[in-house]
Design a protein around this ligand. Structure first.
Ligand code: FAD
Ligand code: SF4
Ligand code: SF4
Length: 397
């Protein structure tokens, strides 16, 4: 065994056992494999390395003096986009699944790490290495829970694959980038989505039961740019609930401690990121970080309508007001929440300003959480860009 293989002697942890990051573990899957050998330098909650890994991945650091880079990470271009023919049942229009399918069909990769659901439970994540377009399509739509995507890493090495696409969220991608060179690949492509406020499967159940009129028929949901949660139900109907009407006092504890301590909302280490929050209502938002990401986008460009990113409004007063309101778990009566939703939808932040609104309010909340619950980690765990963003606001003690 050469030194590059020394990790193979390490033992994966058994399901259910305490992880090295303890309560902060986001169940990214690394510790379900012998790559646990590298956990100290790979785990996003043990050693935060976004700044350093951004430079190795994209060949330059984030430019903190440029507001768009400060917020959205290293990038070459951003745009709003949607598929001309959306994939039915995808989370949005299916840009993520379409890029993955093209990469496989054109032989750029031999497999795609993505996450399907179990037969028994549509929201229980089941990471796989897809080798056919059908398997990629079966992974469409968010499993809005912590998902151990990296638990398939041992299978990659065993399969002998040399060219791979991984789809994942920020904490999974930080751990992946940290072990990238140990995977024996010739080329790794990374397609990321933004991610925030994730929950365990039990936490998700509580959210659905407290918020939706029919929790058992929800097939997907999204916190959309119109300040409403949109639930899609099995019969195709859509239910909307204003953000400001959420039962904050009940829901405050459902977010996983990892996600209350996360500052990689925009998936800084992916080659390309596909979300929605920087785009107008019903459009998706694409951030191309480097040449590899550009190559991936080119594969589907002829399937997309695109438009330049836009930005409108002023988020700062709304963010400042949201900080103590969240802290004190203020919940408005539904009539007031609906009214506020209508008003803010008319005059509130849009496009990139909406994305900055969401980043500001989540970073402020998470900064306070880390300070209060893991104060000893605060300095090293919060990346410089997040410190600057939070520094714009007055925080309670
Ligand atoms: P689809 O074609 O439907 O493909 C979805 C892909 O996501 C699949 O390939 C699947 O493998 C992968 N996936 C599903 N669940 C998970 C999971 N738990 N972990 C890792 N990978 C998963 N975008 C924003 O702009 N702002 C947000 O706040 C935001 N929050 C998100 C929270 C979570 C937990 C997730 C998973 C995504 C979030 N996104 C967010 C991204 C957004 O919801 C869409 O996933 C994205 O726009 C892609 O849509 P699509 O139709 O192209 O995806
Ligand atoms: Fe291991 Fe991932 Fe949990 Fe960190 S977050 S302890 S790397 S499983
Ligand atoms: Fe991981 Fe952060 Fe998403 Fe939680 S919010 S699942 S820690 S990327």
């Amino acid at each position: 065994m050469t030194s590059i293989d020394s990790h193979k002697k390490a033992k994966a942890l058994k399901p259910g056992s305490v992880r090295p990051a303890k309560e902060l573990c986001s169940e990214c899957g690394l510790c379900d494999t012998y790559y646990i050998h590298y956990v100290k330098e790979a785990c996003a909650f043990i050693t935060q390395r976004i700044d350093e890994l951004e430079t190795t991945t994209h060949n330059r650091p984030r430019n903190l003096e440029d507001e768009n880079e400060l917020y959205f990470g290293v990038h070459q271009e951003m745009m709003s986009a949607r598929k001309q023919q959306p994939i039915e049942g995808a989370q949005w229009t299916g840009i993520v699944s379409s890029i993955a399918i093209e990469m496989l069909n054109r032989g750029l990769v031999e497999g795609v790490v993505c996450v399907q659901n179990t037969k028994e439970d549509r929201f229980q994540p089941m990471p796989i290495i897809a080798r056919t377009p059908e398997e990629i399509l079966a992974a469409k739509v968010n499993k809005p829970t912590l998902s151990p995507n990296l638990s398939v890493l041992e299978q990659i090495e065993q399969s002998g694959m040399k060219r791979l696409l991984v789809i994942g969220v920020g904490c999974q991608i930080q751990a992946l980038r940290a072990v990238e060179k140990k995977l024996g690949l010739e080329k790794l492509y990374v397609l990321g989505t933004p991610c925030v406020d994730n929950v365990t499967r039990a936490g998700l159940q509580k959210f659905l039961e407290t918020t939706s009129r029919s929790p058992e028929t929800v097939v997907s949901y999204e916190f959309m740019q119109d300040f409403r949660v949109h639930f899609k139900h099995e019969d195709g109907s859509e239910e909307t609930v204003p953000f400001f009407g959420l039962k904050t006092n009940v829901l405050k504890d459902i977010f996983a401690p990892s996600c209350m301590s996360c500052f990689d909302y925009v998936n800084s280490l992916a080659d390309i990121v596909v979300g929605y929050m920087g785009a107008p209502f019903r459009w998706q938002w694409i951030v191309v970080r480097n040449d590899t990401g550009k190559e991936m986008l080119e594969l589907v460009k002829d399937q997309l309508d695109t438009q330049p990113v836009m930005s409108q409004g002023n988020r700062k007063p709304a963010v400042q007001q949201s900080i103590p309101a969240y802290d004190q778990a203020v919940t408005l009566p539904m009539w007031a929440a609906k009214l506020m939703g209508v008003v803010i939808d008319k005059i509130g932040p849009k496009g990139l300003e909406y994305a900055r609104f969401s980043i500001d309010s989540h970073f402020a909340r998470n900064y306070l959480y880390v300070k209060r619950n893991h104060g000893e980690k605060l300095e090293a765990h919060v990346p410089e860009f997040a410190k600057r963003i939070v520094g714009q606001y007055k925080l309670p003690e």
